[in-house]
Design a binder for this molecule. Structure first.
Ligand code: SF4
Length: 568
């Protein structure tokens, strides 16, 4: 496998053998390794010294169920710290089939012109992007697919990325060529724009699947993993309801963010639930699908296609985090309205969590009324038009709070919280507070732990374990729901890696990968100027009780500071 190093100023490519010291890294871990080895932690996120990295996980390339994710990373313009954001779709698989261990995009062009970078077995070429500039990702992807072929993979930014908004992500086309698989968090779409790129097109024709050192052992481990995944009860739940199954679960814990995180219970929860969505989609038929895969080979199929009452597709997928942040957090109880908003946010190439939180803060400031879905849509269109208010919202919840004078802003390290209230699910609050990534449920969600989620004394151990595991899975390229299979067949991680690479990893390989990634990320952030003061939940959440449990976030500072206890 090679490292492809692109100089964005010269628009040139250097193909290098993977350095020995990077061989055992992949995905999130490889992003962290490269950032520590090559990127000055104090660099300007949109400047020439930052790097934009695409790194497939260690298990990517074989269409193992839910294991072909791409990690995208760099220094975040939103948090000012290290950022890894991963996505499904085709990008990871296609890069791997070109033999690419990591794509590193360096420097920045002298002008602000955005171009299209085309990758193939021949190397790279740059082409004009004039006909897709300013276009939303849906229209732009259609043009690019018709030009470069329907078998390509495409990673692209929307108008939000072009404006270098801090909530801009990088959209990746899925197996059905919809540009809806976003590496959403932390503003990496703005970093891509700073490198002069509107889109990266990957043509894997002539490429090959990665070599496997011991194919028989790989097949055996694959079988055990797939069987474990298929027999896991959560696989059925996610297949039937998608991530929207979490709406009623979070509501049951009093953890459904509602009206700018002011309460954990929402009177309209059932109307935005996975159960309601399933019934609607089955009745609407047409384009509607209750179950859909974002990547070839996924057996869980947690995705869906949400269709209107005529059966015409609106958006795919409609997920719980979007339902929480654009729905209950804004006092909106209509799945149709949330799906319409989701389409706009996707088309702009923005993170629906960050935008939902920013709109919640704006409602708190009196800019609009919670529950007014029409005004919410207008505000999203203001982001598209680039009005002053639209630009403020597009830079995320923290900037919106500062500009509008709101102190109740649900962020950590400048990044908005996901749809799990940290005062009700305190282990996830510990993850929000301490993750080097900023507030992010995918860094270590604890809601499934069979514990008292309100007891502040037991949450650090639970969050630590979840953070290590997730950093491990993110290094493998495994979707968080693929982890259900590895939880039942833990030996399969070791056996798949050893069979593919000829390693002799032990039983603790997942934890080793996770700890190493977290250690490197903490080092980067520390050198960028982060201290323990950055590992805290906003003060108002430690003072203001949350209904229905009247809970505050009260995990002690000592507990929070002990989370990464293996790092001296
Ligand atoms: S479980 Fe869902 S997110 Fe994960 S790979 Fe399958 S469709 Fe994609």
């Amino acid at each position: 496998m090679e490292i492809w190093r692109v100089n964005a100023r010269r628009r040139s490519l250097l193909r290098e053998a993977t350095p020995k010291s990077w061989e055992k890294f992949g995905g999130r871990g490889l992003v962290a390794r490269i950032m520590r080895d090559e990127t000055p932690p104090t660099c300007d996120p949109l400047g020439p010294r930052n790097k934009l990295i695409f790194a497939p996980g260690l298990l990517v390339g074989h269409m193992l169920s839910s294991c072909d994710r791409i990690s995208v990373g760099g220094k975040s313009p939103l948090t000012g710290g290290i950022k890894e954001s991963n996505a499904g779709g085709r990008t990871g698989l296609h890069l791997t089939h070109l033999g690419i261990k990591a794509l590193i995009i360096e420097d920045r062009p002298e002008d602000d012109e955005l171009q299209i970078m085309v990758m193939s077995t021949d190397g790279i070429s740059f082409e004009p992007a004039a006909d897709v500039l300013g276009k939303g990702v849906y229209a732009a992807a259609e043009i690019l697919i018709s030009r470069y072929g329907k078998n390509t993979a495409i990673a692209l930014i929307g108008p939000g990325g072009e404006r270098k908004l801090s909530s801009a992500g990088i959209q990746n086309i899925d197996k059905d060529r919809s540009p809806s698989r976003i590496a959403a968090r932390g503003g990496l779409g703005a970093v891509m724009a700073s490198k002069g790129l509107k889109a990266i097109v990957i043509d894997k024709s002539g490429g090959e699947k990665p070599d496997i050192v011991d194919p028989a052992a790989f097949r055996s481990a694959r079988k055990r993993y797939t069987e474990a995944l298929m027999s896991h009860p959560q696989t059925r739940v996610y297949n039937d309801y998608g991530t929207a199954a979490m709406t009623m679960m979070a509501s049951g814990f009093g953890a459904l963010p509602t009206r700018n995180f002011s309460t954990g219970e929402f009177e309209g929860a059932e109307r935005i639930s996975g159960e309601m969505m399933r019934d609607m989609l089955l009745e609407r038929a047409g384009d509607a699908q209750t179950s859909h895969a974002c990547m070839a080979g996924c057996t869980i199929k947690c995705s869906n296609v949400f269709a209107d009452d005529q059966g015409a597709g609106i958006v795919s997928p409609l997920e719980y985090e979007t339902i929480g942040l654009l729905g209950s957090n804004l006092g909106i109880d209509s799945l149709d309205a949330i799906a319409g908003m989701n389409w706009i946010v996707n088309d702009l190439g923005l993170d629906s969590i960050e935008i939902g939180a920013a709109l919640g803060v704006a409602a708190e400031a009196g800019v609009w009324e919670f529950g007014d879905e029409h005004r919410a849509m207008e505000l999203l269109e203001e982001i598209r038009q680039g009005t002053p208010l639209g630009l403020v919202l597009g830079h995320g919840a923290a900037v919106t709070g500062r500009v509008l004078g709101v102190s109740k802003v649900p962020v950590v390290k400048g990044q908005a919280m996901s749809a799990y209230e940290p005062r009700a699910i305190k282990g996830t609050g510990v993850t929000y507070a301490t993750s080097p990534q900023g507030a992010d449920h995918t860094a270590g969600l604890t809601i499934r732990a069979k514990v008292d989620h309100l007891d502040p004394t037991i949450q650090t151990d639970i969050s630590r374990s979840a953070q290590i595991n997730m950093a491990g899975y993110d290094s493998l390229g495994v979707c968080s729901f693929g982890s259900f299979g590895f939880a039942v067949a833990p030996d399969a991680v070791r056996d798949l890696l050893n069979a593919r690479y000829g390693w002799d990893s032990g039983d603790d390989i997942l934890q080793k990968l996770g700890r190493t990634a977290l250690t490197l990320e903490r080092e980067f952030n520390s050198l960028a100027g982060f201290t323990s003061a950055d590992d805290r939940i906003p003060e108002w959440m430690t003072i203001e009780p949350l209904a229905p449990h009247n809970a505050v976030f009260d995990v002690s500072d000592e507990e929070l500071d002990s989370i990464f206890d293996w790092i001296s």
